[in-house]
Design a protein around this ligand. Structure first.
Ligand SMILES: Nc1ncnc2c1ncn2[C@@H]1O[C@H](COP(=O)(O)OP(=O)(O)OP(=O)(O)O)[C@@H](O)[C@H]1O
Length: 358
């Protein structure tokens, strides 16, 4: 594998429990990778393993061709920023930013200059003598970032650094961090369980599930071409229906079911065999029409028939809960359909994710 930061076949255990089960990941120099996954999937463990706080039982970690698997954290040229800012409460902003420089015995004039550079970079010039308790959450997180960057690390590791910030500040700091990372050309690995945060910040998203990598790719790839039912659901394709498919050549035939019409769609790159399948789609990726609309044809995609049971307006589009037998779907539409209305929902081929049902 080529790359700058390479994790190869890494297994990590806590006692008898294997938490990372064979992780292979290669990060390019200057790349921003987000580790995304639900609670307990092993994101933090992977980050801590990169940092050197956990040692893999099997597998290796290398940086720029150097094997660092058994090296202590302070020899790895990495800086870590946590969810809790972990700033020293009794120290000023300047002292906090300069903390790593002091540990490394950087000479006073050079340290002063570096602290000033960091403050300028992060817009903290006026706050150098304040204590952390006199700062807002966003400012504290910037100080934590300044402290991490002051030592000029090769790799920046971020563990949910934005989760303690309120929603609006989070959006700003999100963009500040990624702009800074790009400007400095620093390699970054960022842990988050927030899908949108990963989408807007990262060059590449690594989706983890149960200690393994479920899919890695650009934000567009994992969003538009999820490779499994798990990734599709995790990336927001939460509507799910069971169908029967018949795969022939470059086409997929969908058999008529209790709640769907017969249809034929392009196979695309779907890996499917004839039989039972699960179809998934996002609530906003469909067209809803009154039932029996003659303009809908079997070439338009998967056509589902149901009844509206609830309508609300979260903003922008109308949101409908639609019942199909025992299943219910969420469907967003620019047009409002009344409760009780019989409707058809057309899911066009590109928005339709289909996976074999075991
Ligand atoms: N020190 C530890 N000892 C034993 N088990 C641990 C330890 N730390 C974490 N675990 C377990 O390892 C698994 C992975 O934890 P990890 O913190 O890596 O998950 P995560 O994906 O970062 O989750 P979250 O988003 O909740 O932080 C979890 O089941 C957790 O309970």
């Amino acid at each position: 594998m080529d790359g700058y930061l390479i994790i190869s076949k890494a297994h990590v255990r806590y006692g008898n429990t294997e938490v990372l089960r064979g992780i292979d990941l290669s990060v390019r120099k200057g790349e921003f990778v987000a580790l995304l996954g639900s609670s307990g999937c092993g994101k933090t463990t992977l980050l801590r393993t990169l940092a050197g706080f956990n040692t893999p039982t099997d597998g290796t970690i290398s940086i720029d061709g150097r094997d660092v698997t058994r090296q202590p954290p302070d020899k790895r040229g990495m800086a870590l920023v946590f969810q809790s800012y972990a700033l020293w409460p009794h120290m000023s902003v300047d002292q906090n930013i300069g903390y790593g420089l002091k540990l490394r015995r950087v000479e006073a004039t050079a340290a002063r200059q570096r602290i000033d550079e960091m403050k300028a970079l992060l817009g903290l010039q006026a706050l150098g003598s304040r204590k952390p308790s006199e700062l807002s959450g966003g400012q504290r997180q910037r100080v934590a970032l300044g402290r991490a960057l002051a030592i000029n690390p090769d790799i920046l590791l971020l563990d949910e650094p934005l989760s303690n910030l309120d929603a609006r500040i989070r959006l700003t700091v999100r963009h500040e961090i990624s702009a800074l990372q790009r400007r400095l050309g620093i390699t970054a690995v960022h842990v988050t369980h927030d899908r949108e945060e990963a989408m807007v910040m990262a060059d590449r998203i690594v989706i983890m599930n149960g200690g393994e990598i479920a899919q890695a790719g650009s934000p567009q790839e994992v969003y538009n071409r999820p490779n499994s039912d798990f990734v599709a659901a995790f990336m927001g394709a939460e509507n799910v229906v069971e169908i029967n498919v018949n795969v022939f050549g470059n086409s997929i035939g969908i058999s008529e079911g209790r709640n769907n019409r017969k249809a034929v769609i392009d196979r695309g790159d779907r890996q499917l065999v004839t039989g039972k399948a699960i179809a998934r789609f996002r609530s906003e990726a469909v067209r809803m029409t009154p039932a029996g609309d003659a303009s809908v044809s079997e070439r338009d995609g998967l056509v589902l028939t149901g009844q509206v049971s609830q309508v609300s307006y979260p903003g922008g589009l109308w949101r409908h809960v639609v019942h199909l037998g025992e299943t219910s779907l969420i469907v967003d539409s620019a047009t409002r359909f009344e409760e009780g209305a019989a409707v058809e929902i057309t899911v066009p081929e590109p928005a339709l994710y289909i996976f074999a049902r075991n």
